[in-house]
Write a protein that binds this ligand. Structure first.
Ligand code: HEC
Ligand code: HEC
Length: 292
């Protein structure tokens, strides 16, 4: 009996080594790093249909926007239904340039507008992690948007107007910690996609970065995170860290709605050092007065 399980163990190990996949429970360095970055990027939130107990990354629930409903596709390594035949270059083009392998333009419901800032080694690690997962055979749901918004070619004009493409560059006038926080908040956790006001065509208002909006995603009120005395965030660094980790606010309340999901799937799983870096970055933002 014992010998038999030993044999099965050896066979399993051999198969996994032969297939180039790390044995279950063991992850190589790039995959581990990619997992952390993918958590920091909040990818699972949109790409998983949690309400219907969908498998992670196998395609998400409807994302309502003023232009219609978008569905984040299956990004497991299924060749048929996911991104299983994508190269590193395909993945990098999607995240950095907002283009699919055929050159068609993505809709900004996919926040490539933030992910464009992720560094190339980090993108490679993220693809390595996604490719270490089990492929899930679930077809992606087609978007439900009306013409002309459904027309991908329109995105060329949108990108020319509103897309600031390119990798994150650390600001030499800021500390390493604030730069790390800016990278985590802007390139990965895409805080600004919700916390920054948008114009009528859905472009981010970079002059009011993180200044909140009365009509954010899902028509919700999104608070101002800049340190403006009257309308902004007055919490201490420690209070911000506590909130991003547990959802508890300094006035004994709890994060609600979409922010509760961000904390559950994303910031609640980051290291304390990274959360402190994000808090320090928020404190360093230019205060923007935005009453609504
Ligand atoms: C706010 C929701 C949202 C988040 C968060 C999100 N995505 Fe997506 N993603 C989408 C939507 C919507 C699309 C489809 C865009 C389109 O069809 O134009 C998409 C498309 C993609 C595609 C293209 C797949 C294909 O088949 O063409 C990839 C790859 C991808 N996302 C990876 C990621 C990764 C990696 C992360 C985390 C770093 C992430 N996404 C986070 C909404 C999201
Ligand atoms: C999907 C949209 C979304 C994203 C992404 C998002 N937030 Fe939020 N955030 C919200 C909403 C909605 C609220 C209001 C929550 C409530 O009403 O309890 C909120 C509230 C907050 C608050 C509490 C502010 C206050 O005055 O009560 C902080 C701090 C915060 N977010 C920080 C962040 C940071 C940092 C990030 C990125 C790591 C982030 N958020 C990403 C939607 C988002």
């Amino acid at each position: 009996m014992r010998l038999r399980s030993l044999w099965i163990g050896c066979l399993y190990a051999w198969f996994t080594i032969a297939a180039g996949v790390p044995a279950h429970g063991q992850k190589n360095g790039a995959v581990k790093m990619g997992e952390y970055l993918t958590i920091a990027g909040g990818c699972v939130s949109c790409h998983t249909d949690f309400r219907n107990k969908g498998q992670p990354f196998a395609g998400g629930a409807a994302i309502p926007t003023p232009f219609g409903k978008f569905y984040a596709p299956n990004i497991t390594p299924s060749k048929e239904n996911g991104i299983g035949d994508w190269s590193d270059a395909d993945f990098i083009r999607a995240m950095r340039n907002g283009k699919n392998p055929n050159g068609a333009h993505y809709f900004p419901a996919f926040p490539y507008t933030s992910y464009t800032q992720i560094t190339e080694p980090d993108l490679r690690a993220m693809r390595a992690y996604l490719f270490s997962l089990k492929p899930v055979e679930r077809a992606s749901t087609p978007h439900d948007i009306s013409f002309p918004f459904s027309w991908r070619l329109l995105q060329v004009g949108w990108k020319m107007l509103f897309f600031r493409e390119g990798e994150f560059e650390p600001d030499p006038n800021r500390s390493a910690e604030v730069n790390r926080g800016a990278y985590l908040a802007n390139a990965l956790a895409h805080c600004g996609e919700c916390h920054t006001p948008r114009n009528k065509l859905g472009g981010l208002d970079y002059d009011s970065w993180m200044a909140g909006t009365p009509n954010g995603p899902g028509n919700e009120t999104i608070p101002n995170l800049t340190p403006d005395v009257d309308t902004g965030l007055s919490w201490t660094v420690r209070e911000i860290v506590e909130y991003l980790k547990t959802g508890a606010t300094p006035d004994f309340d709890f994060a609600g709605s979409m922010m509760a999901e961000v904390i559950e799937h994303n910031t609640g799983k980051l290291t304390d050092a990274d959360l402190k870096a994000i808090a320090m970055y928020l404190k360093s933002l230019p205060p923007v007065r935005n009453a609504f």
